[in-house]
Ligand binder design. Structure first.
Ligand code: FUB
Length: 371
């Protein structure tokens, strides 16, 4: 995944990476968290639409939900692990999750501390990436992508009686799951679906007919004139821990009914999917990855097909774009991240802004770099 956009602040990244490798991971994460606040004070005067919602730790990939009358955010917890940046995303070497909550978007944020850590997950290899959460029948479920001991991403699930955790992981990943970035959506009829997948470091391009090819492409399929790789969707059983049937493609087509092509980097799915429903339509939104946009496509069923409808957020500062969309007290919000506090690709901070649906259903464009 990560080719640099060569932001000016990144020139000092390599030196930091070499030094950081000498310290134990836990100590590094702690001191790293302390540095966030200091960096916040020295951040340049560049204009941003919003400010980081917390600065005591680095956070990214925010999945927001309304539980028990509050907004709960399930983010990645970025740390300086001292791993060099590459297209596999090895530098995103996260080891635990913290859950955040707030009474209002933009209000005071509570950091509930460590909710789940790598060492508590029996099948763990490395890299706890973008999580999501859901609630059913009195239990909260935390879904997380993680590389297993063979360095292959799968999606795990953990449970808690509280939206803030702590969560207890199941002994194995969800059977039939693969790749990254789970996003869980419960429809009005109570059916729950997981959207997932990501190309490049997310390994989606290496999966064919249920099999993983460790020697497959590191980026995409490099088949420009063939259909692009699709986001995946699977229905969850009511136990929320298993897929109910086959994993399907959430196919994205153009207005002429043709699938988007591999070469269409401005429109094709890359990673970071999210589903929300508005006025009876299913909005599949996602990151275009190497072109750094947030795009969306509309469907009349939760499993698609989805017709490409446009982009709705300009690139943020940093390489990755990852978002979620939530309705709270009659208003819609987007949670997203950028690198305002650190200037480093892998040390991100979560933000929130209002999101507007136009009367015709389009999502109004958001510029994260303008007040
Ligand atoms: O945080 C690690 C990865 O970066 C996520 O899984 C992707 O969506 C991207 O944000």
């Amino acid at each position: 995944m990560l080719k640099s956009k060569h932001y000016p602040k990144m020139v000092w990244l390599s030196a930091t990476v070499i030094v950081a490798g000498l310290t134990s991971c836990q100590q590094q994460a702690k001191s790293d968290d302390k540095k966030v606040a200091a960096n916040a004070d020295t951040a340049d005067a560049k204009q941003y639409l919003s400010q980081p919602i917390i600065s005591n730790i680095y956070t990214a990939d925010p999945s927001a939900h309304v539980f028990e009358g509050k907004i709960y955010v399930y983010p990645s917890h970025d740390v300086e692990a001292g791993v060099a940046e590459n297209d596999n995303g090895d530098h995103f070497d996260m080891r635990d999750y913290h859950i955040l909550s707030m009474d209002s978007a933009g209000g005071k944020v509570t950091d509930h501390g460590v909710a789940l850590s790598l060492k508590e997950i029996p099948w763990a290899g490395r890299q706890l990436w973008a999580p999501d959460a859901a609630f059913k029948n009195g239990t909260y479920y935390l879904y997380f992508p993680l590389k297993d001991k063979n360095d292959v991403f799968a999606i795990g699930v953990a449970t808690s009686k509280s939206p803030a955790g702590p969560f207890k992981a199941e002994p194995k990943p969800i059977a039939g799951s693969f790749s990254i970035d789970p996003a869980v959506f419960t429809d009005d009829d109570g059916s729950t679906y997981m959207y997932f997948g990501g190309i490049w470091g997310g390994q989606l391009q290496r999966w064919k007919n249920g099999k993983y090819d460790a020697n497959g492409s590191k980026t995409d399929l490099q088949q420009d004139d063939s259909p692009a790789i699709n986001c995946k969707v699977a229905k969850l059983k009511t136990n929320m821990k298993e897929f109910d049937g086959e994993v399907k493609d959430a196919v994205i087509i153009d207005s002429g009914g043709k699938p988007l092509l591999g070469k269409d980097h401005n429109r094709r799915f890359f990673e970071g999917s999210w589903m929300h429903k508005y006025n009876g339509k299913y909005y599949l939104s996602y990151s275009t990855g190497d072109t750094h946009l947030l795009a969306y496509a509309l469907g009349s069923k939760p499993t698609g097909p989805f017709v490409y409808a446009g982009t709705f957020m300009q690139p943020v500062e940093g390489w990755t774009t990852h978002h979620s969309i939530v309705e709270f007290k009659g208003k819609w919000y987007i949670f997203y991240h950028d690198t305002q506090l650190s200037g480093k690709t892998h040390l991100r901070n979560v933000k929130v802004a209002q999101l507007k649906h136009e009367p015709d259903g389009r999502i109004a464009m958001i510029d994260p770099n303008k007040k």
